[in-house]
Ligand binder design. Structure first.
Ligand code: ATP
Length: 538
């Protein structure tokens, strides 16, 4: 697979992705999409919207689905009443600096991890204590003896510091930090602030009562409108409500190109169903969403579905699976999240109804009044669903497939970028860079090329271009030798080239060239549009 620097260089050179505000030195975590990136991103959004929403048939159960169901779309505002984020838990939960252990998947409050430097056998390791350990001294001593394979209290083991907080250690030195339950040092992530919401003020005043937040996910806008959609659209459950839109997270360490950005786009579905069927729907969505990436050409070997184990699950979740991609910038064997599919039970609707959850399971939802009494914070509105056929009233369960457009785009580029060999103008095999994007996603579907700039070829090629331009994304290119133009088209993933050549002048046929296998065939000028449609499946 191509390296990150090859990918960023292609993206910049060919106009897929630019650094935001580059003229002024950029701004970390923000990106702009150039002409080709914009088309590619639009095609990803469109493929998702068509496959999930507009091409969905509510009368037929798709393969593997427990039943037929409805799908509708929605578009909600980025800034909402701040109470939304209090009830959703984002306001309270997004607050502390956290570090994650990559090995055990345990998460620690950055300010709560303490430990001390130990030295033995030429190595110096910072051994952390479990915040829940009764005796941190004893905990750390036993860990040190096990790590260095020396008996506790042995003079071979030297303590190079007293107990100190992890926050006193430079992040670069985390490679020498042993996390509380990990087997080997170096598994702790950089500290990440959990309150990732961007704050702003609505109106002219900047006092706290006017504070508001840019949404960190599009999902809440869907929950808030569940009742509106049901009451206005004559749809019944099971029902999916889909939304594509920007989300904002003030990530502490934006990095790995667009993988972790501060402004990004999400494609989310909240699927509402009867609680007794939710497990089956969870499995359906998990498998269907995974298949979607394969159908768009991602190589199965580079993707995996990872079910969260119990410790990783949010307290309300009955199951979450991540669809992960082996991004080339991750350490070998590591995968990064493309999409999460979560079984959220009735947590969200119930919270927005009553906010009256068990304070032991989610104490952060509970605000206390001056007398220390809990004050519940839901809307107080009834969001239960009444099934007219069975007369049953219930709070639906929700399955949430939540994908990132930018991460999908990056994965599609990483997966499609290849180098192979193709003959040049003289027939000699030369290396070429090719982007094997699915024709559905390719930003340009067809390049129309006159072989030479004379003998009337440009005129015929322009006519073909002009006939196609309202039907498919087509580019006309007459500059440079034909071989170089093929290479340019290959590099940006154009699946088809149409060349007007000498034979065109004699028999009105043109050459069609397939990007992937380099095969060529002839098509009558009048049949170009039909042949292009057949080839790209449009
Ligand atoms: P991560 O653990 O990588 O931060 P997450 O679990 O917080 O991701 P979710 O809240 O499940 O992510 O968001 C759903 C999807 O939105 C992710 O699968 C990803 O595709 C996308 N996404 C989330 N955060 C970012 C980001 N900072 N930059 C780009 N895409 C993102």
């Amino acid at each position: 697979m191509a390296t990150l620097s090859e990918i960023t260089s292609l993206c910049k050179r060919r106009g897929f992705i630019f650094q935001s505000s580059e003229l002024y030195g950029g701004i970390n975590g923000f990106w702009d999409y150039g002409p080709l990136g914009t088309e590619l991103k639009r095609n990803i959004r469109q493929a998702w919207w068509r496959d999930m929403v507009s091409w969905h048939n509510p009368l037929l159960a798709p393969a593997g689905a427990p039943a037929a169901f409805a799908m509708v779309g929605i578009e909600t505002s980025v800034i909402m009443n701040p109470q939304v984020w209090k009830v959703s838990g984002h306001y309270d939960l997004f607050q502390d600096l956290m570090v994650d252990c990559r090995e055990t998947k345990l998460r620690y409050r950055y300010d709560q991890l303490r430990g001390r430097w130990a030295e033995a056998r030429g190595r110096k390791i910072f051994i952390t204590a479990d915040p829940d350990a009764e005796d941190e001294f004893d905990f750390v001593s036993r860990r040190a003896s096990k790590l260095f394979k020396v008996p506790t209290g042995s003079p071979e083991l030297k303590w190079a510091s007293d107990f100190m907080s992890l926050s006193q250690i430079a992040v670069e030195d985390f490679v020498g930090v042993l996390a509380p339950q990990a087997q080997a040092p170096g598994t702790l992530s950089e500290p990440r602030e959990f309150n990732l919401m961007f704050k702003t003020y609505v109106g002219a005043l900047t006092s706290e009562e006017h504070a508001a937040y840019l949404r960190p996910e599009t999902a809440q806008g869907i929950f808030l409108n569940f009742k509106n959609v049901i009451d206005s659209s004559r749809v019944r459950l099971p029902l999916g409500i889909a939304q594509i839109g920007k989300s904002f997270r003030n990530e502490i360490t934006p990095r790995q190109f667009t993988f972790r950005s501060r402004e990004f786009e999400q494609m989310e579905i909240e699927f509402f169903c009867h609680p007794s069927t939710s497990e089956a729907w969870y499995r359906y969505w998990r498998d269907r969403r995974l298949r979607w990436y394969f159908d768009l050409g991602i190589k199965p070997a580079n993707v995996r579905l990872r079910e969260h184990d119990k410790r990783e699950l949010s307290h309300y979740s009955r199951g979450t699976a991540d669809i992960e991609y082996a991004f080339p910038f991750l350490p070998a064997g590591d995968f990064g999240e493309l999409e999460g599919v979560a079984h959220r039970g009735d947590f969200d609707l119930r919270s927005h109804m009553e906010g009256k959850l068990d304070p032991n399971s989610n104490p952060l939802l509970v605000e206390r009044d001056s007398a220390g009494q809990p004050r519940w914070r839901g809307s107080g509105k009834n969001l239960a669903y009444r099934d007219e056929r069975t007369n049953e009233t219930y709070i639906p369960h929700v399955i949430e497939p939540s994908a990132g457009v930018d991460r999908a785009l990056l994965a599609f580029i990483c997966d499609a970028m290849q180098t192979d060999e193709a003959p040049d103008d003289t027939g000699t095999l030369r290396q070429r860079s090719v982007l094997r994007l699915s024709p559905r996603l390719a930003p340009v579907k067809v390049a129309v090329l006159p072989l030479v700039r004379k003998d009337g070829m440009p005129e015929i090629a322009r006519d073909i271009h002009n006939a196609l331009v309202r039907h498919v994304a087509v580019q006309y290119d007459e500059k440079d030798a034909i071989g170089r133009r093929y290479r340019r088209a290959d590099e940006i993933g154009t699946p088809l080239c149409i060349t007007v050549d000498g034979q065109t002048l004699r028999d009105n046929t043109v050459t069609f060239r397939n990007r992937d296998d380099l095969s060529q065939w002839r098509v009558h000028v009048n049949d170009c549009e039909a042949e292009v449609r057949r080839f790209i499946g449009a």
